[in-house]
Design a protein around this ligand. Structure first.
Ligand code: NI
Length: 178
């Protein structure tokens, strides 16, 4: 296993669509997943997309820790999931705002409105097909990571760029008003 350098906004691999994975069960894909998981943990993130380590393939890893889930019964805790060639179906028209950060935009946070409830599908090369209907933070992290596969970073999803800020300032402001 190896920890990779995470590329930051401005690197061209982050702004172009990633390529489908022809054989999700190929040994090099399994190795790539192990590297992505190690790199994600090292950077203390909850998700990572292959383009973030400059690999232009449709592959993401993520997990949903207890501390991040909302009260929504469909916002479920999850161990690490790897998804090759993921697809998302949006359920209903409800959207909700939430703070997001990204390992490719270190130190920043922004308020992003996203569909609340989704079904996602893909192949976890370590186990098999995955299909889940989720909401809340779980739905948000999946959408954020899959956006990377289409060359989209979260500021492009923000309705109000005025909420983009450095995490220390955003947290200090929230504490001051809480
Ligand atoms: Ni990201």
């Amino acid at each position: 296993m190896a920890i990779h350098r995470i590329v930051r906004a401005g690197h061209p691999v982050l702004s172009r669509p990633a390529d489908p994975i022809e054989d999700p069960h190929a040994p090099e894909i399994l190795r790539l997943i192990e590297d992505m998981i190690e790199t994600m943990h090292e950077a203390t993130g909850v998700g990572l997309a292959a383009p973030q380590i400059a690999v232009p393939l449709r592959l993401v890893v993520f997990y949903v820790p207890e501390r991040r889930v909302t009260n929504d019964p469909e916002d479920t805790v999850s161990d690490i999931i790897a998804l090759a060639n993921p697809e998302i179906a949006f359920l209903g028209h409800e959207a909700e705002p939430g703070w997001e950060g990204c390992l490719s935009l270190p130190g920043l946070r922004g308020l992003v409105s996203r569909p609340r409830r989704i079904t996602y599908r893909g192949i976890d090369p370590r186990s098999g097909p995955v299909e889940r209907t989720v909401a809340g933070f779980h739905a948000r992290v999946v959408q954020h990571e899959c956006d990377h596969l289409d060359g989209i970073l979260y500021p492009a999803r923000m309705n109000d760029l005025g909420t983009l800020g450095y995490v220390e300032e955003v947290l200090a402001a929230q504490t001051a008003t809480a």
